[in-house]
Design a protein around this ligand. Structure first.
Ligand code: FES
Length: 314
């Protein structure tokens, strides 16, 4: 494998494949589309090279900005907002997968105001999506100052790593899953989308660290049927408690950490130290800039020297 090869790609085989990387000879999967004379890719789906050639070497279904009406905007804290947008039913349906995120931009600002935001809730009946936004700095402040509309681009898929470990047929969660979810701050938003996807047949427990958000937003978006057990507790307190025992006694098939990299690493260490570790799934906290695998802002280098574009990783 050369230094720009990903093992897999979140967009492969979707309506957004082949992408811009195919057009520039940088496909993360296809050796032919990396300029090699032979095929040695691990991809088991429809041949990406064939799709690209048959489609006259065009990027398939490039994601484009569109204008979405703001249905509601609620200010929970001076720096915490929930915005619901009318994006149409097809778009909302594609947002109903955990790890979905979109780029938002105020209509009157330059392109560099594009900001990736996780989908908290997808209302597929009405064609609405709801987003929890913390105003950290200029881009998020500009988004939350809008009253009528926002530009939206998406849907992007890679907001949660490791989901494939618990995904079965028809992109549904594996039957008999039992999930323990940790969230901190705006990590609460993808947890809601995750729980909606997992459905009421999945046993789920949620530990929410309300730091940086507020209790009101939690109770507004947690439905009584959303999770079997909800605990509000700081993640530091969780780490200071006998977490190994909690996970073993709970019989979880997956532990999900939607938090900062520090807590992801700490929780991961505990999970991996268990005799039969459950699947470990976590938020993708990379610095995502384009979301398309083209700018390199999200890149990291693994111990083998392989570069991974984290916006495209599974
Ligand atoms: S965000 Fe641009 S390559 Fe990943």
């Amino acid at each position: 494998m050369d230094s720009t090869n990903n093992i897999d790609c979140i967009d492969s085989g979707t309506e957004n494949c082949p992408c811009y990387l195919a057009a520039t000879g940088d496909c993360l999967i296809c050796s032919r589309l990396q300029g090699k004379e032979y095929c040695d890719c691990p991809w088991k789906g429809v041949c990406i090279y064939n799709e690209f050639i048959q489609n006259n070497k065009k990027v398939n279904n490039p994601r484009k900005d569109f204008t979405a009406r703001i249905i509601t905007k609620k200010k929970y804290l001076d720096d915490l907002y929930v915005i619901t947008l009318d994006v149409g039913r097809g778009f909302a349906l594609r947002c109903a997968i955990p790890g979905s995120y979109v780029f938002l931009q105020p209509p009157d600002r330059e392109d560099y105001y594009h900001t990736p935001i996780s989908v908290m809730q997808a209302d597929t009946e009405n064609g609405f999506i709801t987003l929890l936004i913390k105003t950290f700095s200029a881009k998020t402040k500009a988004i939350c100052s809008q009253e009528e509309k926002l530009l939206v681009r998406g849907v992007y898929r890679g907001g949660i790593f490791g989901l494939s470990k618990i995904t079965g047929r028809f992109s549904r969660i594996l039957p008999d899953s039992k999930v323990l979810i940790f969230t901190k701050g705006v990590g609460f938003a993808p947890a809601i989308n995750f729980l909606d996807w997992a459905g009421s047949n999945t046993q789920s427990e949620l530990i929410i660290d309300p730091d940086k958000i507020c209790n009101q937003v939690i109770w507004d978006y947690i439905q009584p049927s959303t999770a079997d057990k909800i605990t509000l507790k700081s993640l530091q307190e969780c780490l200071d408690s006998p977490l190994q025992e909690t996970i073993i006694n709970g019989g979880y098939t997956a532990v999900v950490a939607l938090s900062s990299d520090y807590y992801i690493e700490e929780i991961k260490k505990i999970v991996m130290s268990l005799p039969n570790p459950p699947a470990f799934i976590h938020s993708n906290n990379a610095n995502i800039c384009c979301g398309e695998g083209i700018c390199g802002a999200c890149s990291c280098v693994d111990p083998n020297g392989t570069i991974h574009k984290r916006c495209k990783c599974l």
